[in-house]
Design a protein around this ligand. Structure first.
Ligand SMILES: [Zn+2]
Length: 264
C-alpha cells in the first residue's frame, strides 16, 4: 500500500502565518490577510493590550499595542494565541511564575474572545526543558519558536515549532516560489514576524508580493497554526492494521492510497 498524506480537502500543501505582540500595525496586516484570503495566528500579551503601552523604536517610530476593545473584531476569522501576560523570558522564571504567565493570558484571551485558546508563541522565542510539560498541563497544544528552518517541514515536536522563515528573510520570495513547485508530502510554508517591522523597514510590499504568489491556490490549505497542529497530530495516529488504514481519532484524515484520494 502506497500512502501519501494530504491536508483537508485533499490539499497537498499548507500555508500559515504567525504575528506577535498585538500592535497597531496588525490593522493593516489583517486587512491584507483578509484581502488575500489567508489565515494567521496572532500571539497576544493580555497584560499589555492598551494603546497606552508601547515603545519608541530606534528608528523613531512609536510602536503601540492595540486597545483590548478593538481586538475581537479585528482578529475575527483568525486564531489568537498565548504570548504570556507580560512577555518575560520564561526560562528566567520559577515554575509557578511560568504557570501564571501562561494560564492568566490564556484565561484573559478566552474571556475576551469567548473561545478556547490552545496555541502559543514563546516571548523572545526562548524556553527551557521545564516549559513544554507545563504548557501541556495548561492545555496549550503547541508553541512557536523564532528559529527558521528555511524549508517546508512539519515539526517533530509541537512545543518546538520552528517557522519556515521570518518575513525579513532575504530569500523569502525564492522560498515561496520553491513552495509553489514542491511535491514534498505535507509541505508546510510558515512565515512569522511583527507587523511594526513593515513600517520600520518600509517593506509592506514584501508581504503583498508573498501573498500574491502563494494565495488562491487550489492545492493549498490556508489555515491557522492551531488547525494545522490539530490535523497533523491526528494524522500521526493513522495506522495500518490488518492491511487496512485505521484512524483512531474523530478528525477525518485525507490520504492518497495507491494514487486514489480517500477520507479515513
Ligand atoms: Zn513578542
Amino acid at each position: 500500500m502506497d500512502i501519501f498524506c494530504l491536508y483537508p480537502g485533499a490539499k497537498r500543501k499548507a500555508f500559515t502565518l504567525s504575528y506577535d505582540d498585538g500592535i497597531c500595525q496588525d490593522r493593516r496586516l489583517v486587512a491584507l490577510f483578509n484581502q488575500y484570503k489567508v489565515k494567521a495566528t496572532f500571539n497576544l500579551n493580555s497584560g499589555r493590550q492598551s494603546y497606552a503601552n508601547g515603545w519608541t523604536h530606534a528608528c523613531g517610530l512609536e510602536i503601540r499595542h492595540l486597545p483590548a476593545e478593538e481586538i475581537v473584531a479585528l482578529y475575527a476569522g483568525h486564531e489568537v494565541a498565548v504570548h504570556t501576560v507580560n512577555h518575560p523570558h520564561l526560562e528566567s522564571l520559577s515554575p509557578a511564575e511560568i504557570i501564571a504567565e501562561v494560564r492568566n493570558d490564556k484565561r484573559a484571551l478566552e474571556d475576551r474572545f469567548g473561545a478556547v485558546v490552545e496555541g502559543m508563541a514563546y516571548p523572545f522565542g526562548t524556553y527551557d526543558h521545564r516549559i513544554p510539560a507545563i504548557l501541556e498541563k495548561e492545555g496549550i497544544l503547541y508553541a512557536r519558536t523564532t528559529k527558521q528552518t528555511l524549508d517546508f517541514s512539519i515539526p517533530d515536536e509541537f512545543y518546538a515549532w520552528d517557522s519556515s522563515c521570518h518575513h525579513n528573510y532575504p530569500g523569502l520570495l525564492p522560498l515561496a516560489q520553491e513552495f509553489l513547485s514542491t511535491d514534498q508530502e505535507l509541505a508546510l510554508f510558515y512565515v512569522w514576524g511583527h507587523s511594526y517591522e513593515f513600517d520600520v523597514d518600509n517593506n509592506w510590499d514584501n508581504m503583498e508580493d508573498l501573498l500574491t504568489l502563494v494565495s488562491g491556490k487550489e492545492d493549498t490549505w490556508y489555515a491557522t497554526n492551531l488547525q494545522i497542529c490539530r490535523y497533523l497530530t491526528a494524522m500521526r495516529e493513522l495506522k495500518v492494521q490488518g492491511g487496512k488504514l485505521v484512524n483512531p481519532t474523530n478528525t477525518p484524515l485525507w490520504v492518497e492510497v495507491d494514487g486514489e484520494v480517500q477520507v479515513i
